[in-house]
Design a protein around this ligand. Structure first.
Ligand SMILES: NC(=O)C1=CN([C@@H]2O[C@H](COP(=O)(O)OP(=O)(O)OC[C@H]3O[C@@H](n4cnc5c(N)ncnc54)[C@H](O)[C@@H]3O)[C@@H](O)[C@H]2O)C=CC1
Ligand SMILES: C[C@H](CCCC(C)(C)O)[C@H]1CC[C@H]2[C@@H]3[C@H](O)CC4=CC(=O)CC[C@]4(C)[C@H]3CC[C@]12C
Length: 370
């Protein structure tokens, strides 16, 4: 809430504001950005929960149905805003979308956002990048408790990480360009680890899969492989803080990248999911993977082949494919305090609270084992 001395003046635009992360950013801004006057929520598909936010209140919430690949729609939404949080993206590692579509939304869409800022004189741009810009790489090299300066051979072949890497580069290179009016554009990129929390689709998929198998999930990844995860509320909080501090600390933060992290424990992807699915009645079978890696890779490759064969008829998009298997089997964790040093980030939600909120959400899912 604005204090007596604070007059809300700022206009924010959140692209992808109806997505999993976008919704948390929108709600976090409304709760914790007292200088906000108007919040524009831009998305290809507008969600019904936006209606409740549009009712008269201290902040005007404007819903804009639009497509980031359409430059004119983006420019119209950006015009007159002070800060853009560009979180819209096509997140797909299962083969639901074509490589062309992924490139168009993630790279061309980001270019459109940058050009719109330049044209309309919007000076501050926060981009949701991804850990995937760094890795895991195609060689399966571990990245163990690394930070933003840790050397790592970032080599991608999959369309999603390729697109995120290209888009991040565009955003960082745009830092310092002159926007309409002559002031410099200030940009930075946040690289979340694998996000979890209320609304996480893949967690929902695992939960439903477990229910279909009589409350059991079968271990496919060794417990020793660590996969970095971060709670969605903390990712949203980091976006809010960056957006807030970018003006005051432009020289320090402009053109920088920050991993998004919190105090979530370092665990394998499956063991981490069990922190939530376990209390909801699911069991992970096996202390070691039930099938050897080579056999899983064979099955994953068969899945990829089936996907290719069936694609003229149906979309076959199983969770297991060569890319997801390699991702889940490669250690990738960060240990950094760059965000704390540069803009005072501390996780807003403790691990206990993040866990409790996520469990609560899983328990409320339809078809719950409860
Ligand atoms: N989910 C994760 O674990 C991670 C996600 N990210 C990034 O965070 C961002 C948000 O991801 P999620 O919330 O997980 O995905 P999501 O799919 O739930 O949200 C993306 C939103 O962007 C919107 N969108 C897609 N194409 C659009 C277009 N052409 N024009 C306008 N809006 C469009 C979608 O409708 C959706 O609401 C993405 O940029 C993603 O790359 C980064 C790291 C991890
Ligand atoms: C779906 C994978 C786990 C399935 C493993 C199997 C089939 C053996 O049981 C997920 C493992 C790692 C995930 C990715 C990771 O957290 C990083 C990501 C970052 C993003 O920017 C988007 C999402 C994702 C690619 C995430 C997607 C699911 C996994 C591949």
């Amino acid at each position: 809430m604005a204090g007596p001395a604070q007059v809300p003046t700022l206009v924010y635009l959140v692209t992808g504001g109806c997505g999993f992360l976008g919704e948390h950013i929108v709600r976090m801004l409304l709760e914790r950005e007292p200088r906000l006057r108007e919040l524009r929520v831009f998305d290809l598909h507008l969600s019904s929960w936006l209606e409740e936010l549009k009712t008269p209140g201290p902040v005007q919430v404007t819903a804009i149905q639009g497509d980031v690949t359409q430059a004119h729609e983006v420019a119209a939404a950006v015009a007159g805003s002070h800060v853009v949080i560009h979180t819209a993206g096509l997140v797909d590692v299962l083969g639901k979308a074509s490589p062309k579509a992924i490139h168009k939304v993630n790279v061309q869409g980001t270019q459109n956002v940058i050009e719109a800022c330049i044209q309309t004189g919007t000076q501050f741009l926060v981009y949701t990048s991804s850990m995937e810009v760094v890795g895991p790489n195609v060689k399966g090299h571990p990245f163990y408790r690394g930070n933003e300066d840790t050397p790592y051979e970032a080599v991608h072949r999959h369309p999603y990480p390729c697109s995120k890497a290209l888009a991040e580069k565009l955003v960082l290179e745009a830092n310092g360009r002159k926007v309409n009016g002559g002031l410099p554009l200030v940009t930075c990129a946040l690289r979340p680890m694998g996000i979890y929390g209320e609304g996480h689709q893949i967690m929902r998929d695992f939960y439903n899969q477990g229910l279909r198998f009589g409350g059991r999930l079968f271990r496919a990844v060794p417990a020793s492989v660590e996969h970095g995860r971060v709670y969605v509320g903390n990712v949203a909080w980091m976006h809010v803080l960056v957006a807030r501090e970018l003006e005051q600390r432009a020289a320090l933060m402009g053109g920088q990248v920050y991993f998004c992290y919190d105090k979530s424990p370092y665990k394998s992807y499956e063991d981490f999911n069990m922190e939530f699915l376990g209390p909801c009645g699911l069991r992970l079978i096996g202390t070691h993977p039930l099938l050897p890696y080579w056999l899983l890779m064979l099955l994953a490759t068969l899945n990829a082949l089936l996907q290719w064969l069936l694609h003229p008829l149906v979309l076959y998009t199983p969770l297991l494919n060569p890319y997801t298997l390699a991702m889940a089997n490669t250690t990738f964790t960060v240990s950094t305090n760059k965000a704390q040093r540069h803009f005072g980030y501390k996780p807003l939600f403790s691990w206990e609270e993040s866990k409790a909120r996520t469990i609560h959400w899983v328990q409320a899912l339809e078809g719950s084992a409860w």
